[in-house]
Design a protein around this ligand. Structure first.
Ligand SMILES: [Zn+2]
Length: 245
């Protein structure tokens, strides 16, 4: 029984390691995904900003045309003034000149506002573009290092999976069945230590009689609360392990 227990403990250790590799791989992938997402968000913002710049430039052009037309009309009406004969025509031209002068002045003021707004947006867009480029460069590097790391983890996982197969083959099938069920139902932890009369799987105190049985290790001991397989751990071992963690 003791040997069988040793194998189960080893198997649990192997499975915990495999779970650790899976977690590390997922973390690598997750970090890359987060970086990609951050870049995408910035790119979307940049696209919105560029569309805004385009619309504003369009308006700026229209305003410029309006300004030029108004200025041309002022000139044209002023020339006509030299030729008019009636005071009614004179008055009408004066009115038009005044209106167009005002329009020319308004559009000139607006032109300054457009320049200012566009400058601001372009500075913002340039900054955002630089950020995107910087993050993309960083992402490329991270992708390369992550790919290496994932490959390393996958290789380590594969080699330990080979070990696992050998271990599984050495354990009695009915124990493996129980073990496999527990792994699935108890978040990957099927074999746990008893320390200071406590099950380290569910942290409940075990009856003294059962603690004695676990210490003896003559039979398969099951935690009455979480149903995990129990083994006894010496105090020294426990301390060493907690130092490693
Ligand atoms: Zn328990």
């Amino acid at each position: 029984m003791k040997e069988e227990m040793e194998r189960l403990i080893d198997l649990q250790q192997i499975d915990s390691e495999i779970a650790g590799f899976d977690k590390a791989i997922a973390k690598c992938e997750d970090e890359l995904a987060k970086r990609e997402q951050s870049i995408e968000q910035k790119q979307e913002k940049l696209a919105t900003l560029q569309a805004k710049i385009e619309r504003l430039s369009e308006k700026q052009k229209e305003n410029q045309e309006e300004h030029e037309q108004a200025t041309a009309r002022v000139k044209d009406r002023q020339n006509k003034m030299l030729l008019v004969q009636t005071s009614r025509e004179h008055q009408a031209l004066l009115k038009e000149i005044e209106e167009n002068k005002k329009l020319a002045k308004d559009t000139e003021e607006r032109a300054l506002q457009f320049i200012e707004q566009l400058e601001q947006l372009e500075v913002e867009a340039k900054g955002l573009n630089n950020q995107c480029k910087g993050e993309q460069d960083l992402l490329k590097k991270e992708q390369q290092s992550s790919a290496k790391e994932i490959k390393r983890l996958a290789t380590a996982k594969k080699s330990i999976e080979g070990e696992r197969a050998a271990k599984v083959a050495a354990v009695q099938p009915n124990y493996i069945q129980r073990y496999t069920k527990l792994i699935a139902r108890r978040s990957g932890l099927a074999v746990v230590a008893v320390q200071d009369s406590i099950c380290l799987g569910c942290h409940m105190t075990l009856p003294p009689q059962q603690v004695n049985e676990v210490m003896k290790g003559d039979k398969l001991n099951i935690c009455p609360t979480c149903q995990r397989i129990l083994y006894f751990r010496e105090e020294e071992d426990a301390q060493e392990e907690s130092l490693v963690e």
